[in-house]
Design a protein around this ligand. Structure first.
Ligand SMILES: [Ca+2]
Ligand SMILES: [Ca+2]
Length: 473
């Protein structure tokens, strides 16, 4: 654990909790003491050329892009979008111990999960094309209570304090003040943010030079307890502290951990407009990434050469690939109903012979179907509701209502992406059902799950088929 308690000159002195070695994050423009001498400026200094850094217990994820195809890299990260825009190329920064980096053109991302932690550092090398334009969104660190294999949306939505917070380390032109791609800043979402579209934290106003490799490291540290506003975010460029921001009450429960890393390159024509780019058509949107290390302590730039000259890291795997590491495993089946012997306690629809795999199912009208008092379970982290839906007619979405005695209101879950005539598997955790049409209110956590209703908007003849209803606990 890093302790960022001693601040000075706008930045901070970091001490390792074990006291074995310390390092100073000296401010670029302060009269603070000079950096402490010694070999240790971060985890990378212990592993010349990053050789073996992936085996350090403080390291959560490593990719040097030396191993595998784009598809294989996507598999081990867990989620890749726009593979066709990605290429492994022979281009590297001066200190790289490898021979390949990842180039992304136009748009694309890799997204992965680590085990949940209270402090995450992510170091990566990056270069923008010499003719780069302004960039819409970039690399993110995310805390997500109920992570999915892919990044969730959430732009313009204030996340609940027990569900999510995130920060992006992004180049920004600051409304045309700096040439493309701009200066580094944080773009941050959490439950106490004051703006709709995220909050911006500007670091040192040093314009990023296109065509030059940089070592960027971002840190996100959760508040130490739910009531304390002592969360931090900080970033470094080429090992130099560029931004330090504290006083955040990122989360309202310790159960919310930082667990996702999003190597994002997202471009639209919006930043060119916002920054009044005089010549957007001349821009070449390409970026190179390399030597990614995610850890619970400060990593720092690649230090020295690997003993063998070059190295290939043992590639890391998404934590989602290890059951139980990131999410509590699904519990035993506490209730199930397959409609083979009638409706059971379900009301509002009727049993039909058009179920999944030629079985029977429950056909419900838009007014919905419900089940009350057939089960009664205190909602905990692992409590999960699962079922299958098939629309007969043009029903695209449906909604679940679960009455909460604790809140005196319904907690809701929205289901989108339904396709006419096709079965869709639906699964959500009880803690994800929340009060409010927009599901931004209180969660069903610590309440009792003892009822369930599903409704949809549709015509008088539209029906939704429900089958294989199951609650795990
Ligand atoms: Ca490499
Ligand atoms: Ca059935």
């Amino acid at each position: 654990m890093i302790d960022l308690r001693k601040r000075f000159g706008g930045f901070c002195l970091g001490l390792l909790a074990n006291g074995a070695w310390a390092f100073t994050l000296a401010a670029a423009t302060s009269n603070s003491p000079a950096a402490e001498p010694g070999p240790s400026s971060g985890l990378a200094s212990l592993y010349p050329g990053d050789e073996g850094i992936e085996r350090d217990e403080r390291v959560l994820f490593v990719d040097d892009f030396e191993t595998g195809t784009i598809a294989e890299i996507g598999d081990r990260w867990g989620n890749v979008v726009k593979k066709e825009n990605m290429e492994l190329v022979a281009d590297g920064h001066a200190a790289t111990p490898g021979v390949r980096s990842l180039r992304i053109r136009e748009n694309g991302h890799l997204f992965t999960h680590t085990k949940g932690v209270d402090t995450m550092f992510a170091r990566f090398y990056v270069k923008f094309h010499e003719k780069t334009g302004y960039i819409h969104h970039f690399v993110h660190l995310v805390a997500d209570r109920t992570p999915m294999p892919w990044p969730k949306g959430g732009a313009g939505e204030t996340p609940p304090g027990d569900a999510k917070f995130s920060t992006g380390i992004e180049p920004s032109g600051r409304w045309g003040k700096y040439p493309p791609p701009g200066i580094w800043n944080f773009y941050t979402y959490w439950h106490e943010m004051k703006t709709t579209w995220g909050s911006v934290y500007e670091g040192k106003a040093e314009p990023i030079e296109p065509g030059r490799w940089y070592c960027v490291e971002a840190m996100l540290q959760a508040n130490s307890s739910p009531e304390k506003a002592d969360g931090v975010q900080a970033f470094w460029v080429d090992g130099e502290p560029y931004g330090y921001f504290d006083g955040f009450r990122w989360r309202t429960t310790d159960k919310l951990k930082i667990n996702s890393f999003w190597l994002l390159y997202y471009n639209t024509d919006q930043p060119a407009r916002h920054n009044r780019d005089p010549d957007p058509d001349s821009r070449v949107m390409e970026v190179w990434f390399d030597d990614v290390v995610v850890a619970t302590e400060y990593i720092g730039p690649v230090s020295g050469r690997p003993p063998g000259g070059t190295k290939k890291a043992e590639p890391s795997q998404s934590a989602l690939a290890t059951p139980g590491l990131l999410l509590p495993p699904l519990g035993a089946v506490a209730f199930s109903h397959d409609f083979e012997r009638g409706p059971g306690n379900f009301e509002g629809g009727e049993v039909t012979a058009a179920g999944a795999d030629g079985s029977k199912a429950y056909a419900l009208p838009s007014a919905g179907a419900s089940i009350w008092h057939a089960f009664s379970l205190p909602v905990k982290e692992s409590t999960t509701v699962r079922f299958r839906l098939k629309p007969l007619g043009e029903v695209r979405s449906a909604g679940v209502l679960i009455w909460s005695k604790k809140h005196g209101d319904n907690c809701r879950w929205r289901i989108g992406g339904l396709k006419a005539g096709e079965w869709t598997e639906v699964e959500f955790r009880g803690i994800e059902a929340r009060v409010g049409w927009d599901m931004r209110g209180a969660s069903l956590e610590d309440d009792v799950l003892d009822n369930f209703k599903i409704v949809f908007e549709g015509g008088a003849d539209d029906r939704l088929l429900l089958d294989d209803f199951e609650i795990r606990h």
